[in-house]
Design a protein around this ligand. Sequence first.
Ligand code: SF4
Ligand code: SF4
Length: 378
Amino acid sequence: MLAEGLDTLIRALAEDGFQVVGPTIDQQAIVYGEIKATSDLPRGWTDLQEAGTYRLQRREDEAYFGYVVGSHSWKKYLFPPVTLVASADLGENGWRMQTPEPDPVKYAFLGVRACELAAIRIQDQVFLGGPFVDPTYEARRSRAFIVAVNCTQAAPTCFCTSMNTGPRCDSDFDLALTETSSGFLIEIGTDAGQVIAALLPVRPANSTEIDQAEIARQRAADQITRRLDTDGLRDLLMNNLRHPHWEEIAQRCLSCTNCTMVCPTCFCSSVSEVPDLTGEHVDRERHWDSCFNLDFSNMNGSPTRNSISSRYRQWMTHKLATWHDQFGSSGCVGCGRCITWCPVGIDLTREVVALRDTTGNDLSRLSDSNAESAEANR
Ligand code: SF4
Ligand code: SF4
């Protein structure tokens, strides 16, 4: 499909009742927002990322998807930052509580990367896979249409190859695009994708175009240099809960919560009751929360994790260790957002190396692991 076909795709999705959301530029960053036409996309822009650093830069070409991932992830649509879960009104017969029906919005996500498909799979497991299904997530997820885009470049912060989550989009999309200098190669993933593809100005790709797309995808894979050695990682972390390195990280960590807000798999929330000024109406709202917030572990009148070292340790051990026990996979997809958006450049891949280097993987020298595991799981 030629680049002009992208406008036809956006139009076809909108005419099918989808609200199309995708990459756009706001406040000097590529973030996800409403897309009405290709003019909303960050055409000709790329992102420069390193630990604690994010900058936009003009590209030498006019690529539409020539950037990596920004601070937003698709969780802001499937698991919104604020959700009304109930409301109550005071009437003549006392308080009456109502539970709102889930919002019937239909989203089409344009530009979902391979690591983001993996993050959505993880959140599916969290919100839909257990005995308690989240109605807001279920309603939005079941209606969503996914247009994946294969990465054709990677950032120094990416490590999806270590987590087996990218950079190639293999499954769980309706359509997948690979952008090349001559247009887009389209793969169809579902029947819904087939219906939309039939409306597009497409023709079968020739062997040159297929090779071009393969070369573009391989370029991204070749650019990934950051690694996370996951071998024995769960036990390394869980057997080192009292390692002095947690205190060393705490000297740098601001407990600002950025890493959890930008992470596409983090799912912690709190519930607040918000009265209006009349005192006769109260909204019960769920909002994103973070294990870095002191109040998040408040129990029996005081926080359980009252040091930054215990909060960072909770975050990293949950992501990389106890998530396996809870959900059967790592909680990290290797997108690198927590590295880029940490204001002091803390990098979980380097912290794992530091832990490995200072233990020499000699797990036997560590004691009391059962009691420590219980502490970390709190
Ligand atoms: S690791 Fe970085 S982003 Fe996360 S809470 Fe600490 S300072 Fe903030
Ligand atoms: S922990 Fe960091 S690298 Fe891993 S998925 Fe979350 S934001 Fe991405």
